[in-house]
Write a protein that binds this ligand. Structure first.
Ligand code: SF4
Length: 233
């Protein structure tokens, strides 16, 4: 697990080496201190903290935000996981650092064959880093598919609204913005029928009583909306 805030997720009383080694100790991975030290050094190099000897004895407050997040990635990576779960891994970082951490995650995915699940509210980040996207509203997936399907041709009204407000870096780009009205309902008191009906610009009477199922469209994506059927093309 990689947490959102590297200023809160790392203990300020532990050195970088102690933070990386802690999961190894907890899971009793290494049979000697030499093996543990070697794994810590290799992991620091893997996450771009080089030379590793310059970082092992530092405390988190002596590092930049980007370096801290690299330590957090290292602490998740050191056990050799098949799956990393990253909760908004760049949202607390300076814009200049975000690209570097995303690049690091992409490199780790390629080099080590790790599957990475990223939780983000930033669709530009999702577009840049992911091969598949699942859009959730009030805790349920409303649309899921390959990244190019979701980004180029969103089908669920909530996905359309989210994408309509993502800035396009082109001077002449024109995009119709869909601004949702009303508050997001309380997730412990989800509206009946379609959970999005209180804010959906396309809601019909049926939407407030009947919950749409997540159906598979001919292109393989899944959508939960009464307005998007298998014949919608
Ligand atoms: S089911 Fe109805 S309210 Fe829900 S997203 Fe589709 S059109 Fe909108």
């Amino acid at each position: 697990m990689i947490f959102q805030d590297p200023y809160g997720s790392l203990s300020n009383n532990m050195t970088v080496a102690e933070i990386i080694a802690e999961p190894l100790k907890l899971h009793k991975i290494c049979s000697s201190i030499e093996e543990e030290e070697e794994l810590v050094i290799r992991t620091l190099e893997d996450v771009g903290l080089r030379p590793a000897s310059d970082f092992v004895d530092r405390l988190p407050h002596e590092l930049s935000g980007g370096q801290r997040q690299r330590v957090a990635v290292g602490a998740a990576l050191v056990l050799g996981p098949d799956l990393l779960l990253a909760d908004e891994p760049v949202s607390m970082l300076d814009v200049s650092m975000r690209g570097q951490i995303l690049k690091l995650l992409l490199e780790l995915r390629e080099k080590k064959g790790i599957t990475i699940v990223i939780i983000t509210h930033n669709l530009a980040v999702a577009k840049q880093i992911s091969s598949r996207i699942a859009i959730a509203y009030l805790g349920e997936i409303v649309e899921t598919g390959e990244t190019r399907q979701i980004i180029d041709d969103p089908r669920h009204p909530y996905t359309k609204a989210l994408l309509s407000v993502v800035p396009v870096p082109e001077i002449d780009a024109k995009r119709e913005r869909i601004l949702l009205t009303g508050e997001t309902p309380n997730p412990i008191n989800v509206p009946p029928g379609c959970r999005f009906h209180t804010r959906c610009p396309f809601a019909k009477e049926k939407c407030s009583v009947e919950e749409p199922s997540l159906i598979t469209l001919p292109d393989g994506r899944k959508v939960a909306c009464h307005d998007v059927g298998v014949d919608s093309g």
